[in-house]
Design a protein around this ligand. Sequence first.
Ligand SMILES: [Zn+2]
Length: 217
Amino acid sequence: MKTSVAIACEPNRALEIEEMDLEGPKEGEVLVRIVITSLCYADVFTLSAEDLEGLFPCILGILGHEGLSRAEEVGKGVTSVKPGDNMIPLYLPEDPDFPHIKSGKTNVCQTIRQTQGAGLMPDGPSRFSYRGEQLPRYIGISTFIEYTVLTEISFAKAPKEARLSKVSVKVCAVPTEMGLCAKPRRSRWAAMSLSLNSVPPGSPNTWTQWCAPRRKS
Ligand SMILES: [Zn+2]
């Protein structure tokens, strides 16, 4: 299928709206439409080409890692997501069967860490193709795009009644700062982990509290 994308072609240059090829969901994957995405300092820093971990200026890229999406289609075997669900893409996926997750002591999941960290899907390609060239996903996600595909465990589910305009920054910015305040002596990775990987799909969690509409008392 085709999808619109805001693509970064050169460091420090305005993004360009283009059309790109996207492969649909395979087994265990979900096709979503990004409803809202926000701009984080990490995006700006990567666009500057000063981030030594970033891929610029070597290649084209699709930035964005804070977003709220809506499930459009699910692949074979997906059980926790159905079309219409509000889904939050996660930098660190959370596999409920992974020993670390089962332990309850940490939420650093390694199930598909290697491929998602490299901006790829578990079976290899990223599924993003621009003018015949495969593009990796920024921070394993890339949200400056209309449609995308990620694995089922790469999402947290947001409640139906969520105030969508408020969800996006709560994916990264707000909890990262909360993590830094709560665990000041931990490394930034602790904060990242707390921010983007705190809830498996469907579980009752803080997202529900943060995202639910405020009720007047
Ligand atoms: Zn961010």
